[in-house]
Design a protein around this ligand. Structure first.
Ligand code: PGA
Length: 250
């Protein structure tokens, strides 16, 4: 059984003093047993936060990366650069990357394979749009995103993956999925992993829910063993909300 993973996706928010002051509020604190918490700040804050993170209970994650180690890729960040700063996680395939920056399943597959090859834990995001849900296409969409994204991922590597089910219509809208819908999607994802990699891998896969999670609703999602954590955007920018989310995992 995986423990609980709480991941904060700060997106394009927080400057140096805001990010440092957020982290300093958690200095010397401990997480509940079997809980891991990961802060994914903008790239500009990875280095300064890596210098103070030992004082806090958090790990560091990036919000994206390129699949190549180095080269002529203006504006990109490589897995080696992340490793150099002690980054342990990387969010890949987030719906904002897919929708606003035209990342397709092929690119996400290359990023996933590269993250795994460099011992970074990918937080691999999948999720359907509202239109796809209304057309009862949710499980086709999730199935295709998983199949294409995981292409090239070997069974020996797959245990490092964290899956995040993030319905696009729930992200940043204040309209979280119903717990039973999140549960149904998590069961579907686990079943796909069972078919692809076997029962032991599927049972150990951490599946997070993301989309309008807050201190007030987080228990609905992590209160069962199918959902093993949350990926939090807006509410993770507020230290009080983030603290409530951590306490809810106790
Ligand atoms: P939200 O974002 O919590 O603001 O809905 C979640 C995400 O995009 O990961």
């Amino acid at each position: 059984m995986p423990g609980i993973i709480l991941a904060a996706n700060w997106k394009m928010n927080m400057n140096l003093s805001e990010g440092s002051s957020f982290l300093s509020k958690f200095a010397g604190q401990e997480l509940p047993p079997d809980v891991e918490a990961v802060i994914c700040p903008p790239f500009t804050l990875l280095y300064p936060l890596s210098q103070i993170k030992e004082k806090t209970p958090f790990k560091l994650g990036a919000q994206n990366m390129h699949w190549e180690e180095k080269g002529a890729f203006t504006g990109e960040i490589s897995p080696l650069m992340l490793k150099d700063l002690g980054v342990e996680y990387v969010i890949l395939g987030h719906s904002e990357r897919r929708a606003l920056f035209q990342e397709d399943d092929g690119m996400i597959a290359r990023k996933l394979a590269s993250a795994l090859a460099h011992n970074l834990r990918p937080i691999f995001c999948v999720g359907e749009t509202l239109e796809q849900r209304e057309n009862e296409d949710t499980f086709n969409v999730l199935g295709a995103q998983l199949r294409r994204g995981l292409k090239g991922v070997a069974k020996e590597q797959v245990s490092a993956i964290v899956l995040a089910y993030e319905p696009v219509w729930a992200i940043g809208t204040g309209r979280a999925a119903r717990a039973e819908d999140a549960l149904e999607a998590a069961r579907f994802i686990r079943e796909r992993f069972r078919a692809l990699y076997g029962g032991a891998v599927a049972a150990a896969l951490p599946i997070l829910y993301g989309g309008s999670v807050k201190g007030g609703n987080v228990r609905e999602f992590i209160g069962n063993k199918e959902i093993n954590g949350v990926l939090v955007g807006g509410a993770s920018l507020d230290p009080d909300q983030w603290r409530t989310i951590i306490e809810a995992a106790r």
